[in-house]
Design a protein around this ligand. Structure first.
Ligand code: AMP
Length: 114
């Protein structure tokens, strides 16, 4: 989608600090990091929210998690831990409507989140 920020990153129209890319997934540093490591893991396919997924996307959702876990290892977060978060809809803080996992780590992460 041409008006989707993350689709434009996937298409190379917007710059991003990409840390991982494969056939289905791209991961890049968040432009406004909330932790020393803050990486977004997204599908290349445009899917607006978690509510737009169903059984047909089970494999893709699993691959997103596995990619995020591998990146966490690469970033050295497998010792102290990390968090994977997906915000769904504005009420939960979603601001970009192309699903993404936030991979956060590198500092103590409080619970519950705000
Ligand atoms: P959310 O609010 O959960 O939808 O997360 C969207 C995230 O995208 C926020 O953490 C933003 O800082 C981040 N973001 C917005 N624009 C960009 C961009 N051009 N490059 C990297 N991250 C971005």
């Amino acid at each position: 989608m041409s008006d989707c920020l993350f689709c434009r990153i996937v298409d190379g129209e917007l710059p991003a600090k990409i840390v991982h890319q494969d056939e289905e997934i791209v991961a890049f540093h968040d432009v406004s990091p909330q932790a020393p490591t803050h990486i977004l893991v997204i599908p290349k396919e445009h899917v607006p929210t978690l509510l737009d997924t169903d059984e047909s996307r089970a494999e893709l959702l699993g691959k997103l998690q596995l990619a995020a876990i591998e990146i966490a290892r690469q970033e050295g977060l497998d010792e102290d831990g990390f968090r994977l978060v997906t915000n769904c809809l504005e009420g939960a803080g979603q601001s970009v409507f192309h699903i993404h996992l936030h991979l956060l780590g590198g500092r103590p992460l409080g619970w519950p989140p705000g």
